[in-house]
Design a protein around this ligand. Structure first.
Ligand SMILES: *Cc1c(COP(=O)(O)O)cnc(C)c1O
Length: 373
């Protein structure tokens, strides 16, 4: 028996015991044919989750956390003498801007308010004035706040201006339904510890084969983190170029099996009911949620710290942690917030159990209920 913790942080998520146990396998060299078969199976499953046609789209796997995908897409998919536009209304798109800065990539940082969906008119204005933009990058769900961006509409606009659309879907993939073609996405991405509810250490980019092939002639800015190199090697050999995270891949295979057993609609409904329970629980205690309901991802609730001298996030966190529940701080500068997330293999009952513990933590700290601002 493995102790079950309910993780309400924004990933890694709570996993099933069967996914944890899938890692216990006989030692194997990943260059064996048996392992190559598993890699193909995973590639297909990952493309299928976003309803991609395998003749148009592929999944390219990397060993690393989700940020590696952001790095790879930005450094690999920019032709010479062209520019990147980052639509930035949150911490994750700010990270993408930092990646552009580290590589010295020509880019425009379109900073927009963090509590509103990206404004299409503003994006169009920039596209019109900068015909050298070849790649537009944004974040589907800004995990720091819970804001959802209108990617289908942004994608349509980007394609009108003949640029590639790269979307960080790390915190929606395999949770909120995505259709890569209908949503006008050229590249999306995620890592195994989030939506598919597997282990950390495996990340993947799902994207357009033709666009990857075209990138073969683009400037090479990284050796380990180059999209075309990894794609080509996988196409030829069915393996990752360098040592894959072997046991983590077995867990991912089991997680994909469980994903398709649960089904896209049922899984999204489960995350939604977990989220509704989180929202209701917070509101009953008087907490304010940063992002308005109509532009919420439905996966992350960022609640503002109340105005109470006894409020102490660390103390409340530790009280909950000792009882098997993990809560997480916010990610907006100069604003006190904490987050409760609906990722992972959890359901409504876990949230009911959590709020019993959370209320006890608030009482223990002497916080007045309902909280006030
Ligand atoms: C989790 C996450 C990432 C990856 O973060 P890591 O710390 O590298 O795991 C990237 N983008 C978004 C939107 C995320 O939620």
């Amino acid at each position: 028996m493995i102790k079950r913790n309910v993780l309400l942080n924004p990933g890694p998520a709570t996993t099933t015991d069967t996914v944890k146990e899938a890692q216990l396998v006989p030692d194997i060299c990943p260059r064996e044919k048996e392992f190559v078969g598993i890699m193909r199976e995973i590639e297909e499953g990952l493309v299928k989750i976003v309803h991609g046609d395998m003749s148009v789209y592929t999944a390219v796997l990397f060993c690393g956390s989700g940020t590696i995908n952001m790095d790879i897409c930005l450094n690999s998919l920019l032709p010479e003498n062209k520019k990147i536009l980052v639509i930035n209304n949150g911490a994750y798109s700010s990270r993408a801007v930092e990646i552009c800065e580290y590589y010295g990539l020509p880019h425009i940082n379109l900073r927009l308010p963090m509590d509103r969906q990206a404004d299409l008119d503003k994006i169009e204005e920039v596209m019109r004035e900068n015909p050298d933009i070849a790649l537009v990058y944004t974040t589907h769900h800004e995990t720091g706040t819970g804001l959802l961006n209108p990617i289908r509409e942004i994608g349509a606009l980007v394609h009108r201006y003949k640029a590639l659309f790269v979307v960080d879907t790390t915190s929606t993939y395999a949770m909120r339904p995505i259709d890569i073609a209908k949503d006008n996405i050229d590249f999306c991405m995620a890592s195994a510890q989030k939506g598919i509810m597997a282990m950390t250490g495996l990340s993947f980019i799902i994207g357009n084969r033709e666009a990857i092939e075209a990138s073969a002639s683009y400037p090479k800015r990284s050796y380990y983190c180059n999209l075309y190199m990894q794609y080509e090697y996988f196409k030829l050999h069915g393996e990752m170029h360098f040592t894959p995270p072997v046991q983590v891949i077995y867990a991912a295979r089991q997680a994909l099996k469980e994903y398709f057993e649960e089904g896209e609609a049922a899984k999204w409904e489960r995350h939604s009911r977990v989220f509704r329970a989180i929202r209701k629980g917070l509101e009953e205690l008087g907490f304010k949620i940063y992002i308005p309901e109509n532009i919420q991802s439905g996966l992350v609730a960022a609640a503002l710290y109340p105005n109470d001298v006894n409020w102490n996030f660390e103390k409340i966190h530790d009280f909950c942690y000792e009882r098997g529940f993990t809560i997480y701080p916010g990610k907006v500068e100069n604003m006190g917030m904490f987050r409760l997330c609906a990722l992972g293999a959890i359901d409504e009952q876990d949230i009911a159990d959590f709020f019993e513990v959370f209320k006890a933590a608030l009482h223990d700290s002497g916080v007045t209920l309902p909280v006030t601002y």
